[in-house]
Design a protein around this ligand. Structure first.
Ligand code: HEC
Length: 192
């Protein structure tokens, strides 16, 4: 019994001293505001994991289908892409039809073309963080309140609940991407 009490007493003392000991450098660092570098790293991770390239990057074609063309990463639907045309039957059935490289989309909402989100001026190079937040949170074209809503299949509603810090991380990362000059075709309302 004495031994058990002694062990408990020693354990309690160790616990007390550990709790009172000054925090190590890495512990205090985790509470500090993230550095620009760590935000950019997280942004890169999020952009990869959330599949932005699936729609925003032009593709090359291999035996297993389309894959992102890394030289043109995130530069949006190439400017010379024709709108995918659905047959009247497909339109009537409410179907959607995609370009083979998954950057242009025709459906009941009209035809949308994935935007250039590289750091180029034709991408988000001149955007402010507030604009980017407004696009992701409220689905506003160019992130401007007076602009039209963003069309499918941009899954902004799935991204809208991300933390401010994650949205900022994505934006900071996009600002570091290779600038690719490309003006995707403009959105066409249904029947245009
Ligand atoms: C399933 C396809 C798809 C995915 C995945 C996707 N997007 Fe989009 N995105 C689009 C399309 C299409 C548009 C253009 C919509 C329009 O013009 O109305 C767009 C538009 C945008 C815009 C608005 C650009 C502008 O000029 O207003 C931003 C910003 C954007 N996407 C960022 C992202 C980011 C960041 C990710 C990943 C976290 C992402 N998107 C994932 C399809 C997608």
């Amino acid at each position: 019994m004495k031994t058990v009490i002694t062990i408990f007493a020693i354990a309690a003392c160790i616990g007390f001293f550990y709790a009172c000991s000054p925090k190590t450098e890495s512990e205090s660092a985790s509470n500090a505001a993230p550095t620009k570098d760590s935000l950019i790293k997280r942004g890169a991770y999020l952009v990869t994991s959330l599949g932005c390239s699936d729609c925003h990057s032009p593709k090359k074609f291999g035996p297993h289908g389309p894959y992102p063309d890394t030289a043109l990463d995130l530069s949006g639907c190439p400017s010379n892409t024709p709108a995918p045309v659905a047959s009247p039957e497909q339109m009537k059935a409410g179907n959607a039809i995609f370009s083979p490289d998954l950057t242009a989309f025709t459906g009941p909402w009209g035809t949308s073309f994935a935007a250039n989100i590289t750091s180029d001026a034709t991408g988000v190079g001149n955007w402010k963080l507030e604009q980017f937040k407004n696009a992701i949170r409220n689905g506003k074209y160019m992130g401007l309140n007076e602009e039209r809503p963003l069309m499918p299949p941009m899954p902004w509603k799935s991204y809208a609940k991300m933390t401010d810090m994650d949205i900022e991380a994505i934006f900071d990362y996009l600002k570091t991407t290779k600038p690719v000059h490309n003006v995707p075709p403009s959105y066409k309302p249904p029947g245009k």
